[in-house]
Design a protein around this ligand. Structure first.
Ligand SMILES: Cc1cc2nc3c(=O)[nH]c(=O)nc-3n(C[C@H](O)[C@H](O)[C@H](O)COP(=O)(O)OP(=O)(O)OC[C@H]3O[C@@H](n4cnc5c(N)ncnc54)[C@H](O)[C@@H]3O)c2cc1C
Ligand SMILES: *[C@@H]1O[C@H](CO)[C@@H](O)[C@H](O)[C@H]1NC(C)=O
Length: 571
């Protein structure tokens, strides 16, 4: 369903935030009475909304938001106000000219006291004329790297009044007399939406990687260039091992992220079920996990999509290849819903706490249980079986965390504050969180493929295992420095790994096109001159070029206006 819109909007839909955030927030943050009032109108698209949280001055640090909502008991209204330029809302998708409502996040003041940020449903445009309401300053934020059709907007409110009932009151309420009441609920349940959005994002990255690598692999089978041997015909560029190196890891990564997102969702629903029973033990782990998986998948996703684009040479730079759009979409996901670095530092905090638990001999949650043996120190015994490689990745993660902890403790022994020691170690903490996340991805990918192919035909099983091996070998070769530090890997082992990697590329080559065809992404979704099913690359490039408005007349107006006078020296 979600992906069908890709076929209509070549880029991002201006309604993305309506269905992605506005509707879910009404469900998650409104009382049943409020839902009765708003939900059907939103679902029928009688009103169109978005989620306006980020301001010019603050995105990550939401406690720093400046927009205010001050309760006036006289009229039973909230007065919304943007006190500064930096308090203007900035970025919300669809806010520019599409939406007539939005969820506005503002600092709540009542009876002279600030109660922190809360969400409000705010009408911003007339339902008939679509004119901005008095006191509302709204518009598009201007051209951006991608998202050009997403209509991201700015919004300022000048002492704009809304009824008291427009505060989203499921978690907290302001009574008629202005009394603030926190509704006693499991506060931690609000994690739910956040984790949900992150699972969706990991899933989305897997899909976009599949798109990009489908385009690049099909094109590489059509494109012929240079010569492998003198006098021989030009080979498909897919026959160059360097090209296979660029592409096959992307196929494997799409599988790894797809399976991991489903696994994360299953884990999440289990944790939620436990929470309903009152057990919240697994929540910190889930939070740490969803944070680092969101960070790593969006970052690796953007890098690998760019790699696919570069693998298409000059034609990869054409917008009609669709690769620039896919890239600009995925690179934005690295920033929104939690910046890369900020999320990995949150995971690092969980890892440090878990390591300290392990040192104290306390039990650990499943995804960090590897810290139990690793916290005792010593190098992992390297062997190049899949299980052996994963164990070494886990030891790298554990070793990196231990190194950070030692460094923090040393700094604190010299009298440095805990915050300063943490801050000075943050570069290594991010690296440690990356290593942890990589280890989780490797283990989940391997165990899910093993489970899912248990009853597959031997051929399918073989190819799926080749992809997992490629994935693990690729990252082992990328991490030789860390492996030398934290495992017994030798120079000879590394040479063997490189040979194995080259061998795997060769084994996967005959199935490469079949593997991307198996993603089963229709041409209407790929939207690519280079990646279509029929391989008519050059025909499609020319057809698209001829659609350019510049090509409608044989002589463009600019010739008569500027070029001719210039050429005849009359300018
Ligand atoms: C395409 C797009 C669509 C968006 N859509 C919406 C939307 O619909 N609604 C909405 O409300 N918002 C939206 N946003 C805004 C988005 O959520 C924020 O941009 C995002 O949360 C990052 O916050 P920031 O811009 O304040 O970055 P900053 O936090 O200012 O980041 C700048 C740098 O500071 C670093 N940094 C910040 N804090 C720390 C820290 N504690 N430790 C170490 N480093 C730190 C970051 O790593 C980064 O390198 C959108 C953004 C984009 C790009
Ligand atoms: C490699 O390591 C794994 C995990 O420790 C172990 O199960 C396996 O037997 C080892 N294989 C070899 C060949 O040593």
């Amino acid at each position: 369903m979600r992906h069908a819109s890709d076929a209509f909007f070549k880029e991002v839909s201006p309604f993305l935030l309506h269905l992605g955030m506005f509707v879910p927030s009404i469900i998650g943050q409104c009382t049943p009475e409020q839902q009765a009032k708003w939900l059907h109108r939103a679902l029928d698209m009688q009103i169109i909304g978005t989620y306006a949280q980020t301001e010019l001055g603050h995105g990550t640090f939401i406690r720093g938001l400046e927009t205010t909502a001050t309760y006036d008991p006289e009229t039973e209204e909230f007065v919304l106000h943007s006190p500064t330029l930096s308090s203007y809302k900035w970025w919300a998708g669809g806010l520019g000219h599409t939406c007539n409502y939005c969820i506005l996040v503002a600092q709540l003041y009542t009876k002279g006291k600030c109660y922190g940020i809360h969400p409000f449903i705010v009408q911003i445009r007339d339902e008939e004329t679509h004119m901005p309401l008095p006191g509302i300053k709204v518009g598009d934020i201007g051209p951006r790297m991608g998202f050009s059709t997403a209509n991201n907007g700015f919004l300022g409110v000048d002492k704009h009044r809304i009824p008291r009932e427009n505060m989203m009151m499921k978690n907290a309420q302001v009574l008629k007399d202005g009394t603030y009441v926190k509704v006693s609920r499991h506060e931690k349940l609000t994690y739910g939406t956040m984790v949900f959005v992150r699972v969706i994002l990991v899933h989305e990255v897997a899909f976009n990687l599949a798109k990009a690598v489908t385009i690049a692999t099909r094109y590489s089978a059509v494109r012929r260039q240079s010569q492998l041997k003198p006098g021989f015909p030009e080979p498909q560029v897919l026959d160059y091992i360097t090209q296979q190196h660029k592409l096959f890891i992307v196929i494997a990564t799409s599988h790894a992220l797809h399976l991991t997102s489903i696994w994360l969702w299953t884990t999440f629903t289990r944790v939620i079920a436990d929470m309903r029973q009152g057990n919240t033990d697994a929540l910190p782990e889930l939070h740490a996990l969803s944070s680092c998986l969101k960070a790593l998948s969006t970052s690796v996703g953007a890098d690998f999509i760019e790699q696919c684009r570069l693998a298409c040479g000059g034609h990869g730079y054409m917008l009609s290849s669709n690769l620039p759009f896919i890239y600009s979409f995925v690179t934005a996901t690295r920033t929104y819903e939690g910046d890369y670095t900020v999320l990995l530092l949150q995971t690092a905090r969980f890892l440090v706490k878990s390591f300290e638990k392990a040192e104290a001999g306390k039990p650990l949650t499943p995804t960090v249980s590897y810290l139990e043996t690793a916290s005792k120190g010593g190098k992992a015994t390297w062997n190049n079986s899949l299980e052996g490689m994963i164990l070494s990745f886990e030891r790298v993660a554990a070793g990196s965390i231990a190194t950070c902890i030692n460094s923090i403790r040393k700094k604190m022994e010299t009298g440095m504050s805990c915050e300063d020691a943490w801050q000075q170690t943050a570069v290594s903490l991010v690296v440690a969180a990356e290593a942890h996340c990589r280890a989780v991805l490797c283990r989940v990918y391997w165990s899910e493929i093993t489970r899912m192919t248990a009853s597959s035909s031997p051929n399918v099983k073989t190819v799926m295992l080749q992809l997992v091996s490629l994935y693990l070998t690729y990252w082992a070769l990328k991490s030789t420095g860390d492996l030398l530090r934290y495992s017994t890997i030798s120079e000879e082992d590394i040479i063997n790994l490189q040979h194995r990697y080259e061998e795997l590329l060769g084994l996967l080559r005959p199935n490469a096109v079949g593997l991307v065809d198996a993603f089963d992404i229709r041409d209407e979704l790929l939207q690519s001159t280079l990646g279509s099913w029929d391989g008519r690359v050059y025909e499609r490039l020319m057809e698209e070029a001829l659609k350019s408005p510049l090509n409608t007349q044989p002589v463009h107006d600019s010739f008569h206006k500027y070029l001719k006078p210039l050429m005849q020296g009359k300018l």
